[in-house]
Design a protein around this ligand. Structure first.
Ligand code: C5P
Length: 473
């Protein structure tokens, strides 16, 4: 099984989608609410729009929302699921075997789909969907196979992959595998520029101290989220913030100045007893969208992903989808405000978490129970940032919880080292959640679950014991 098999699967799927459109079918598109979900939903929507198909697009937080909606849809509507669905094939087959489904997803499938469904998933071809391609990439390849015009959507596919942190799997902060094919499409068509640099947010338009303070991936304790601390750090290492009356931006610093910042951050982190290796996460490929305005967050694909994520996690999904489909102007200004507010809140949450007040070290896992202190919408981003900033032990996965009403949202993250030892968090979360009457799933490195509040302690015990079984074997 190989890339070639996967591309053949993509080709077959696009032919079937073409047939469905030509036969006059309407589509109901459901996409997940994170950056990859909104990107893949937008790519699927533009693809259908360009085929003059009739469709409605809706974002969903979880599979339950999909399951509840389907009975209200007319029988002949095609249900296109993207960035959600593969992990819940069993339940979809049990309930809706006779419906028409198109599933474009990179989550680990929990079984075979119905023969008459279209199911595109890299895992079915032995390709790891956590690292090689995201749902946006899958939707993009299907769209491109339908029409070369859809190469214009390649930057959005890259945004989706970066939103799912697929640049972190190789240890180099660079997209690899099938994602690389998409990067090549975007570069070849003049839509993307790739360079090597330090990955500060707003590197081409934000004053240096603001770029440093707004970088949260990796999280630099004391500096991420704090303009004042970023200024005093930069002053302490003699980086000039202004040129005459104008603020300097990161992109104009000399190589020596960048090295001074890099080394200065290492020293700073050591002095606070944090691992200096955190700064390694700052080095990598910069993906710049050439057609976007210099001073917007859409210029840098990672920042674009943060913007979509912020929209998705604050119930402003439609703004994210509109942007990924091409809207700018007033909508973009609204999205920028949402991003700033989301980042401010996230920094507060991270500052609280870093104090380790509610960390619990169980035998095989680190559990952080945010209760109602951490909003449900922050858990996924906070757990991703903590786990990718070298702030956790490498030999225990992180499970972060937040309570909303009588439900608990859980986000789990594992190091590549644990994955190599056989840990698959998607399976762990699915099993543990099902044992307590919830739902769970995802990838080997990152997974999630929703469970009843009353079963929280039992759920953590289940996760600890399943992780223990895997790691002991
Ligand atoms: O919500 P969170 O970001 O922690 O989830 C990590 C991954 O697990 C995501 O890709 C998400 O789609 C997936 N997930 C899932 N089923 C759930 C919860 C999360 O497949 N019930």
């Amino acid at each position: 099984m190989s890339h070639r098999d996967f591309l053949a699967m993509v080709g077959n799927a696009s032919e079937k989608i073409r047939e469905l459109v030509e036969n006059g079918n309407s589509f109901m598109v459901f996409c997940h609410i994170d950056a990859d979900g909104l990107s893949s939903g937008s790519i699927s929507s533009v693809m259908l729009l360009r085929m003059n198909a009739r469709f409605i697009t809706r974002s969903v937080k979880n599979i339950d929302e999909v399951i509840e909606s389907i009975p209200n849809l007319q029988k002949d509507i095609v249900i296109l699921l993207t960035d959600i669905g593969s992990g819940y094939i069993r339940i979809l087959r049990e309930k809706f075997a006779d419906r028409k489904f198109v599933i474009l997803d990179h989550h680990q499938p929990d079984g075979e789909s119905e023969k008459h469904w279209v199911h595109v998933n890299p895992h079915l071809c032995g390709i790891d969907g956590a690292k090689e391609i995201s749902s946006s990439g899958i939707a993009y390849l299907v769209a491109k196979s339908l029409s070369e015009e859809n190469i214009s959507l390649s930057p959005v596919a890259i945004v989706g992959a970066l939103g799912d942190l697929q640049d972190k799997s190789s240890g180099k902060r660079e997209l690899d595998g099938l994602n690389k094919l998409i990067v090549e499409d975007a570069v070849r068509s003049g839509l993307l520029k790739v360079s090597d640099d330090l990955l500060f947010y707003g590197r081409s338009y934000r004053p240096i101290h603001l770029a440093l303070a707004s970088t949260t991936s990796p999280y630099i304790p004391g500096i991420s989220g704090s303009e004042a601390h970023a200024v005093s750090f930069l002053n302490s290492i003699q980086i000039r913030l202004k040129e005459d009356d104008r603020w300097r931006v990161f992109a104009e610093l000399s190589e020596d100045e960048k090295k001074t910042i890099y080394n200065g951050l290492m020293k700073y982190l050591s002095s606070l007893n944090f691992p200096p290796s955190i700064v390694n996460e700052l080095v990598g490929k910069v993906y710049e969208l050439t057609r976007e305005e210099e001073w917007t967050p859409l210029k840098d694909a990672r920042e674009y992903a943060s913007l979509l994520n912020a929209c998705g996690k604050t119930e402003n999904e439609w703004i994210g989808i509109a942007i990924a489909m091409g809207s700018r102007g007033e909508i973009l200004l609204q999205a920028q405000k949402i991003l700033e507010e989301y980042k401010r809140r996230l920094s507060e949450v991270l500052e609280y978490l870093i104090r380790r007040e509610n960390w619990q070290e169980l035998k095989y896992i680190i559990a952080i129970d945010g209760g109602t202190m951490i909003e449900e919408r922050m858990v996924s981003s906070a757990s991703s940032i903590l786990s990718s900033s070298d702030l956790l032990p490498e030999d225990k996965p992180l499970i972060m919880l937040a309570t909303k009403g009588d439900r608990v949202k859980a986000s789990a993250r594992a190091s590549m080292k644990l994955v190599k030892r056989g840990l698959n968090l998607g399976i762990v979360m699915k099993k543990a959640a099902e044992r307590v009457g919830g739902v769970g799933g995802g990838h080997n490195v990152a997974a999630g679950a929703e469970i009843p509040l009353a079963k929280k302690t039992m759920f953590l015990a289940e996760v600890d014991s399943i992780v223990g079984e895997v790691l002991a074997s």
